[in-house]
Design a protein around this ligand. Structure first.
Ligand SMILES: [Zn+2]
Ligand SMILES: [Zn+2]
Length: 227
């Protein structure tokens, strides 16, 4: 398949022909129709996560299940799905509390321990986010292998466009959680700061959080720009 590959930090990605392992037990292969580019990808490109290359980045993806591995029961070939940017097992202590982004099993213990040294807490697995988060090849490619596919992918109805569900992978729930965690009970309860107008920074995530804050408290909102 073709994939955008990071070979060296601080250098542009290169589109290469690469091999992708067949889906193993509990996994599916998804043919991607839409894939996102997140500001977080820049952390990897800039070498903030000191892990070996080459890497296929990308943790937002939607497409069609192309092949299923042994034991997969909840999705079928041909299902239209949107992926969670964090693969999660669905069975561990945290997954049972629906705290999927803290899954104990999706990042091998060795790299989870390394991530704890860097961040202060162990990170879960994540697509396209270096070996520090499990070394999963990401979605900026024609295909992606999806572990724990009985619990992660969300099957979407036919007729819904990939671009419309793609942001369920990361940016929309990330922004929603930011707004929701603020517990906005009154119109003047919260503030979202950042360079909303700067596309090179966190502008999309900020904008999504701002819109979702308005959804949570629609009666009144104030936009202040500090310039
Ligand atoms: Zn992201
Ligand atoms: Zn888990």
């Amino acid at each position: 398949m073709k994939a955008a590959v990071l070979h060296n930090f601080h250098e542009p990605l290169r589109v290469d022909a690469v091999d992708l392992m067949e889906p193993q037990a509990g996994e599916v292969r998804v043919k991607l129709a839409a894939s996102g580019v997140c500001h977080s990808d820049l952390h990897v490109v800039k070498g903030d996560l000191p892990m070996p290359t080459p890497l296929i980045l990308g943790h937002e993806g939607a497409g069609v299940v192309d092949k299923i591995g042994p034991g997969v029961t909840t999705v079928q070939e041909g299902d239209h799905v949107v992926l969670s940017w964090v693969p999660y097992c669905g069975k561990c202590f945290f997954c049972e509390k629906q705290q999927y982004s803290a899954c104990d099993n999706s990042n091998p213990a060795e790299t989870a321990d390394m991530s704890e040294k860097l961040y202060g807490y162990p990170m879960t697995g994540a697509f396209g986010y270096s070996h520090l988060t499990g070394g999963y090849a990401g979605g900026q490619a024609e295909y992606v292998r999806v572990p724990y596919s009985d619990v992660g992918p969300i099957v979407i109805p036919e007729g819904v466009e990939d671009e419309k569900v793609l942001f369920l992978s990361d940016i929309l729930p990330t922004g929603w959680m930011a707004a929701d965690n603020c517990e906005i009970d009154t119109p003047r309860d919260g503030a979202i700061g950042g360079e909303i107008d700067n596309p090179k920074r966190n502008a999309p995530r900020m904008s999504v959080a701002a819109h979702e804050a308005q959804l949570l408290q629609p009666e009144e909102h104030l936009v202040h720009r500090l310039r």
